[in-house]
Design a protein around this ligand. Structure first.
Ligand code: ZN
Length: 367
């Protein structure tokens, strides 16, 4: 069965202005593009087309999410605030999250893109799907935007799956390099959604995402953070998958898996300090698909989050989509081999210790 692909040109029209205005006095920073600008996503989309892979994917046309669908997670006040600022032509959703005219409608289209991907997978029209949406979503909380995110696309998609498709147990595996704090907050007390986040320890939000944040009330045990030290490479990520993320999925037995997918863990990202190559993302996708095949007929939806290396993120995106679809193109990642030889790619003792601490949480998920 095929792989669905969600994209819309309007995702690239979400205006994030430029960095300089955030750092008064303004003449200390030369004006330049915001890190979360359209170029990275445009280049991912372009490489998928130029490689020929797009011809093998099922194009899924996004629709705007309704305000009621957004309100399954967000407060009406937050929704109204984003709309008012978008209509005005400028606003900041919170913590470095500027946007311009029309961003409200584009953010609805991003959340709606994730919903469309969920529908296609859960209705059996495709086996899995990747929603290359923008703005991203995993930092947004119920009340506010944050970290370039306006609405929590993955959370809205999961709530849609539960409300419309009667899916009972959902797991999320967030491999964006930053902590998926918004997704965590949405389901922190919920034993029917397992949230797993692999991220660079303490990067963003600062001091968020420690292994001790393990859920609360009925949800205790169902939130697993795997904070990896800066400088982690392929060895650390694959060990985190083998020893924590995949065993957690096997214990939880989800009906459906959602992956907030960022490529800012790559070795060339300007906002983080991990060392993954496209081959690492390829292997993580393979491991996840193998688990999903056993657990939930392979049903995976990935929603795009961060990734700020315009040069390198496209190769990571292509590798993930090649694995999801089972179609290999003849594109060769020109940097993967060299990156794989960087010192420190193998699992280091301090990384192993961090993974060991996270693995102690597994026993809290009843089998
Ligand atoms: Zn990120």
């Amino acid at each position: 069965m095929a792989t669905g692909f969600v994209f819309h040109e309007l995702y690239l029209w979400h205006n994030t202005w430029n960095w300089a205005q955030f750092f008064p006095p303004s003449l200390t920073v030369q004006p330049g593009e915001h890190a979360e600008n359209p170029e990275t996503k445009r280049r991912i989309r372009n490489l998928i087309e130029v490689s020929g892979l797009l011809d093998h994917l099922v194009t899924l046309k996004p629709r705007p999410a309704t305000e009621d669908e957004i309100a399954r997670f967000h407060t009406r006040m937050h929704i109204a605030d984003i709309k008012a600022k978008s209509d005005f032509g400028y606003g900041d959703a919170g913590d470095l999250t500027p946007f311009g005219k029309g961003s409200f409608e584009i953010a609805l289209l991003a959340a709606g893109g994730a919903i469309v991907a969920v529908d296609a997978v859960l209705e059996g029209r495709v086996k899995n799907a990747y929603a290359l949406v923008r703005p991203p979503g995993h930092h947004a909380t119920a009340e506010a935007g944050m970290g370039f995110c306006l609405f929590g696309n993955a959370v809205v998609a999961i709530e849609h799956a539960r409300a419309v498709h009667a899916v009972e147990r959902v797991a999320t595996l967030d491999w964006d390099v930053h902590h998926g704090n918004g997704t965590q907050s949405a389901f922190y007390a919920d034993p029917n959604v397992l949230t797993i986040s692999l991220h660079q320890d303490g990067l963003f939000p600062t001091h968020s995402g420690s292994a001790s944040e393990n859920g609360v009330g009925d949800g205790l045990g169902y939130n697993i953070n795997i904070p990896l030290p800066a400088g982690s490479g392929i060895g650390a990520y694959l060990a985190a998958f083998e020893r924590v993320a995949i065993p957690a999925l096997m214990r939880f037995k989800p009906d459906f898996i959602v992956v907030p997918s960022g490529f800012d863990g790559c070795g060339m990202d300007p906002l983080a300090r991990q060392m993954l190559s496209s081959e690492a993302y390829r292997t993580m996708t393979q491991m996840l698909m193998q688990a999903a095949d056993q657990l939930c007929s392979g049903r995976i939806v990935m929603t795009h989050e961060g990734g700020y290396s315009a040069m390198y993120a496209p190769y990571c995106g292509l590798a993930v989509l090649e694995e999801l679809s089972g179609v290999r193109t003849n594109v060769i990642d020109p940097w993967a081999e060299r990156m794989g030889l960087w010192p420190g790619q193998a699992l280091q003792p301090h990384q192993e210790a961090a993974i060991g601490r996270a693995s102690e949480l597994l026993q809290r998920i009843p089998q």
